[in-house]
Design a protein around this ligand. Structure first.
Ligand SMILES: NC(=O)c1ccc[n+]([C@@H]2O[C@H](COP(=O)([O-])OP(=O)(O)OC[C@H]3O[C@@H](n4cnc5c(N)ncnc54)[C@H](OP(=O)(O)O)[C@@H]3O)[C@@H](O)[C@H]2O)c1
Length: 298
């Protein structure tokens, strides 16, 4: 939704340039990710669009190239529901790129019918949390070498919808698509906070954010009446351009350079739930995520 604060103070904007910087944005072929890519390309960044649907990605990339005048945009295949695809993408980046200054973990799936990723993880937890967690792990050395660098996790106010079910993380005993989405978005914030602590002193800072309620393709799995409801509240929601602003703010705002582990909304610090500030749960989730992915990340 449009916040009252925004109505009074006007939209955030910044002239910061990103010439010489490299940015990776997951899910950049549509919605918030595409508008984030467009903005950062206009600021002079080399933009790597990490997309599952390469055909759709090519159309988006051509449009952004024409609009921004930038030729320094790369499209690369990344399916976050398949750890093999994540590993192949990361291998390519580690081989081809000299630096990754900004990683924006934006891709997401919401309230889909029950399904599992190739590796057997519940789809929303697998894509929204585990896929990005593994991607970040595989790129972390390059990101550290590029410091000062930023890792941005696009979460949601929906992090309040579901607890982390440590005893049934894949929702095999019972599935509620809303709670499962909430779990994945809560995981984003918990890991953003813990990652900030683990990265202390490296020059790499982390940010989690809620983009607002945004008109995008995210609602595709909702029932027809629910989709109609979303259309009816359209005047009170954000466009994808407006929805991208908090991601852009976290990526470029100079005043955030020394700040890490926070949660943002409407281009400003915001409060997340108590569950999202549970450091003990963050540690347990981190360990479980490593175990599920077969990685060691201390
Ligand atoms: N829209 C909102 O109101 C809202 C509110 C709070 C938070 N968010 C968060 O904002 C982020 C962006 O969402 P959006 O609103 O822009 O939604 P969107 O228009 O549906 O875009 C989602 C993007 O994620 C990609 N994606 C989905 N599954 C993927 C996978 N397995 N591997 C790689 N990419 C995958 C999609 O690719 P395809 O085109 O191939 O499907 C698409 O590019 C999400 O993390 C979402 O949870 C959105």
């Amino acid at each position: 939704m449009q916040s009252v604060r925004n109505l009074f103070r006007g939209p955030w904007s910044s002239p910061v340039r990103l010439d010489g910087k490299t940015v990776i944005i997951t899910g950049a072929n549509t919605g918030i990710g595409k508008e984030t890519a467009r903005d950062l390309a206009k600021r002079g960044a080399r933009v790597i669009m990490a997309c599952r649907d390469v055909e759709k990605g090519e159309v988006a990339m051509d449009e952004i190239m024409q609009d921004s005048g930038s030729k320094d945009i790369v499209l690369s295949k990344l399916d976050l529901s398949d750890t093999k695809s994540i590993r192949e993408f990361a291998e390519l980046i580690n081989k081809e790129e000299k630096q990754v200054d900004i990683l924006i973990n934006n891709a997401g799936i919401m309230m889909c019918p029950y399904s599992k990723t190739i590796d057997g993880f519940e789809m929303q937890f697998g894509v929204n949390h585990l896929g990005h967690f593994l991607l970040t792990y595989l790129l972390i050395d390059l990101i550290k070498k590029s410091a000062p660098a930023r890792i941005i996790n696009v979460s949601s106010m929906a992090h309040t919808w579901g607890p982390i079910r440590l005893d049934d993380i894949n929702h095999e005993k019972s599935y509620d698509s809303k709670k499962a989405y909430g779990q994945s978005k809560l995981a984003n914030i918990l890991c953003t906070r813990l990652m900030a602590k683990k990265l202390e002193g490296t020059g790499v800072t982390t940010y989690a954010l809620h983009p607002g309620v945004v008109q995008s393709e995210l609602w595709r799995h909702l029932s027809a009446p629910a989709q109609l409801g979303v259309k009816m509240i359209k005047p009170f929601t954000k466009t994808s351009v407006q929805g991208a602003q908090t991601s852009i703010y976290c990526a470029v705002a100079p005043e955030l350079e020394k700040t890490t582990g926070g949660y943002y909304s409407d281009c400003a610090p915001a409060s997340c739930s108590q569950a999202a500030r549970d450091d003990e749960m963050a540690q347990k989730l981190w360990e479980l995520s490593c175990q599920m992915l077969g990685i060691t990340w201390d």
